[in-house]
Design a protein around this ligand. Structure first.
Ligand code: AP5
Ligand code: MG
Length: 215
């Protein structure tokens, strides 16, 4: 199955993707995660991406498209994949279509969450510095404050989750990414799910629109 997971910053793409890829046994391709890993490693890509990410802006299309094209050529994508955070502009979507000519996208799942929920989710998100597991101070708190349940790693806040950058990310989303809702609607691929319910409810709704039985 070839799936795109769409939604504004904080809508719950990463949270849902984690469970979905385990159930569907397909790789999770998250461009944001790829860039964050590159920044951490201090690679040339990371250095290029960092200034855009810190400003809440999109990394230029030509950089992102090249990375995703390369990733989709890997053998583990033969049985399908789940894209999280890509495409994010109409140019990226067109490049993806062109690249996937003989194996087109099956579904574009749009996690539709209320604006107020987005802001609260972004500001309360915490990440484990060791394993990258995501928490929320209110909605998904760790057993011990500031510490990962799985490996005891310290939890930190993403650099772009501060108020100013988050605001910019939401604006960029409205301007540059939200047109993709219509793009995939016109192709008959869009599946809208209610993102303003608890994560388990969102998960069940996604499985339902994908026609997958739970369990
Ligand atoms: P990216 O990493 O993709 O960030 P984003 O799109 O802003 O989305 P987030 O990761 O913030 O949110 P999410 O939807 O994954 O929510 P999550 O599940 O974590 O991109 C970062 C940057 O990289 C971009 O700004 C850009 O610079 C660059 N970039 C990436 N891709 C690019 C591209 N294609 N083109 C150009 N540039 C690109 O949930 C958030 C919080 O809420 C968590 O704490 C979670 O526990 C909680 N939560 C989740 N679901 C629920 C729920 N149902 N109820 C209550 N709490 C919930
Ligand atoms: Mg994410």
């Amino acid at each position: 199955m070839r799936v795109i997971l769409m939604g504004a910053p904080g809508a719950g793409k990463g949270t849902q993707a984690e469970r979905l890829v385990e159930a569907l046994k397909i790789p999770h391709i998250a461009t944001g995660d790829i860039f964050r890993a590159a920044v951490k490693e201090g690679t040339e890509l990371g250095n290029k991406a960092k200034s855009y990410m810190d400003a809440g802006k999109l990394v230029p299309d030509e950089i992102v498209i090249g990375i995703v094209k390369e990733r989709l050529m890997k053998p583990d994508c033969k049985q399908g994949f789940l894209l999280d955070g890509f495409p994010r502009t109409v140019s990226q979507a067109e490049a993806l279509d062109e690249n996937l000519k003989d194996r087109p996208i099956d579904y574009a799942v749009y996690i539709d969450a209320d604006f107020d929920d987005l802001v609260e989710r972004i500001s309360g998100r915490r990440i484990c510095s060791k394993c990258g597991k995501s928490y929320h101070v209110k909605f998904n708190p760790p057993d011990v404050r500031g510490v990962c349940d799985d490996d005891g790693g310290d939890l930190y806040q993403r650099d772009d989750d501060n108020e100013e950058t988050a605001k910019e990310r939401l604006e960029v989303y409205n301007e540059q990414t939200s047109p993709l809702i219509k793009y995939y609607e016109d192709k008959g691929l869009l599946k809208r799910v209610n993102g303003s319910q608890d994560p388990n409810g969102v998960y069940k709704e996604i499985l339902n629109v994908l026609g997958v039985q739970e369990g």
